[in-house]
Design a protein around this ligand. Structure first.
Ligand code: FPP
Length: 250
């Protein structure tokens, strides 16, 4: 048995998270360490995405969310932004058949209106095509920022209330959750961040209120099946309290 199989075999029978959210960091540093261009790091990152999607489906995880592009990422050099947009487009076009065949359902979190027209069209087509699927829910956060998401939901309620269609007293946590991009989905149980930083970076601030956080120094392109298994093992060993009494994951 290889070490990799060993890590994965230790997951059998353990409590899996229903929803895992990933902050995919370190593509640039991975490339730099190899004397490559940053775009090569992002391309290698796409391979990690494939494995993470596969493994999540294999372990019966219901939802994964990938933080692919934040509202702050527009401040990167124009050449990197367009390389990323091109990569999102080509990856989606290349993978959509296999994703659909495997029952994956795709949703985008974020304001897609600022994306190039080709990205918007391909995103809309992927959502429509997979809307009836019942397997892994794949959320792609693109031009996503959690504060913007929360303000958008608050504004929608304010507009409804101002028009007389909502009594402010009826706004509760469940109704608010339903107005977010993740409407109808379980909150993340586990947030994984690669490349060593210990920040949430404006990601799922509302939804991750009770999530377990797992950070690894490994760069995203090196986040292998084994590294994912380690994160899931760490999750299974956590004691979750939700502000109340302890519940044991193991
Ligand atoms: C972080 O690395 C990564 C990103 C900002 C983009 C992530 C994109 C991919 C992994 C491509 C695949 C995604 C999909 C949805 C197909 P960084 O550039 O911040 O790295 P650094 O911190 O080392 O500079």
């Amino acid at each position: 048995m290889t070490e990799n199989e060993n890590f994965e075999s230790r997951l059998k029978g353990l409590t899996m998270p229903r929803h895992v959210a990933f902050i995919m960091d370190g593509n640039g540093r991975w490339a730099k360490a190899r004397g490559l261009l940053r775009a090569a790091g992002h391309r290698a990152g796409v391979e990690t995405v494939r494995e993470v999607v596969r493994m999540s489906a294999q372990y019966g995880i219901e939802v994964i969310t990938l933080y692919a592009f934040s509202t702050e990422n527009w401040s990167r050099p124009e050449s990197e932004v367009s390389a990323l947009m091109g990569l999102f487009l080509s990856a989606l076009e290349r993978e959509i058949d296999e994703l659909d065949r495997n029952g994956v359902k795709i949703r985008f979190l974020g304001d897609l209106s600022r994306l190039p027209a080709a990205n918007r069209a391909s995103a809309a087509a992927a959502v429509a095509r997979t809307s009836g699927n019942t397997g892994l829910q794949l959320n792609l956060a693109i031009n996503y920022g959690s504060r913007a998401e929360i303000v958008r939901a608050a504004r929608a309620f304010a507009e409804k209330a101002a028009a007389g269609g909502l009594d402010p007293a009826d706004l509760d946590e469940a109704a608010f959750s339903d107005a977010l991009y993740t409407s109808g989905q379980p909150d993340p149980d586990l947030v994984v961040r690669t490349a060593g930083e210990l920040r949430l970076s404006n990601f799922l601030l509302w939804q991750a209120a009770y999530a377990e956080f797992y950070a690894t120094p490994v760069f995203w392109p090196d986040f292998s099946r084994e590294e994912y298994a380690k994160a899931l093992l760490a999750y299974a060993g956590r004691k979750r309290r939700f502000g109340g009494l302890e519940t044991d994951n193991a």
